[in-house]
Design a protein around this ligand. Structure first.
Ligand SMILES: Cc1cc2nc3c(=O)[nH]c(=O)nc-3n(C[C@H](O)[C@H](O)[C@H](O)COP(=O)(O)O)c2cc1C
Length: 194
């Protein structure tokens, strides 16, 4: 699959441009068996001192876990994400313990972002779609999912089978396409940051 908005300046594996974040979910179930390989991919992400600070809590469509996560989404996201097969809350432990001493882990968010990247690519490889959302009420979600002390919520991800864009509200139908990226020269510089 190629898309005009996704032409690269340098040759890379197609997986990077073929993955995108649709909002049109098929309104179908997703089994636990189909979901677990995505967590498995996330599990193998690199992390500082192999601390693996990421944590995931999920719900499958129709169960109470799904309802709890969905209830924390902002209305804009709830409108389309409720048709996903699974909702996944991503958090991380902001501290680490070494020799009985607890200290801050400055890399917990960085590492958890890497894990989410692997999760998203594995979803793509499995023929699923995964769409991350920062639009949720963190207090509601923390309480609903019993987030332990010292953990930070980062995102909710809707996972499932892609559906027809015609099922989306009109305003979102126009946005249902792979997005471009800024030129690489605005992101990468030699010798010092731009
Ligand atoms: C941490 C994070 C938060 C996001 N929050 C939302 C959101 O609340 N609602 C939404 O529709 N999309 C959200 N997105 C999706 C981004 O808008 C999308 O990933 C970005 O535009 C790039 O498009 P692509 O994933 O299709 O390549 C979020 C993505 C990330 C990684």
């Amino acid at each position: 699959m190629s898309h005009p908005a996704r032409e690269t300046d340098h040759a890379i594996h197609d997986q990077f441009t073929e993955r995108w974040s649709p909002r049109a979910f098929a309104d179908t179930d997703l089994s636990k068996d189909a979901l677990m390989p995505l967590f498995e991919a996330a599990r193998w992400a690199p992390s500082a001192s192999n601390n693996q600070p990421w944590r995931f809590a999920y719900g499958l469509r129709g169960d109470t876990g799904f309802a709890k996560i969905a209830s924390a989404l902002v209305p804009f996201n709830h409108a389309w994400a409720e048709k996903a097969g699974a909702l996944v809350a991503i958090a991380s432990a902001s501290t680490l313990e070494r020799d009985g001493v607890t200290s801050a882990n400055p890399w917990h968010a960085f590492d958890t972002g890497a894990a989410w990247g692997s999760f998203a690519l594995q979803a793509h490889h499995a023929g699923l779609i995964a769409h991350a959302m920062g639009g949720f009420d963190a207090g509601t979600l923390a309480e609903a999912l019993k987030l332990p002390e010292g953990y930070v919520l980062h995102a909710v991800v809707a996972v499932g089978h892609q559906g027809d864009a015609a099922g989306l509200p009109e305003m979102l139908q126009a946005r249902e396409a792979p997005s471009p990226r800024r030129p690489i020269t605005e992101t990468v510089s030699h010798g010092a940051f731009l």
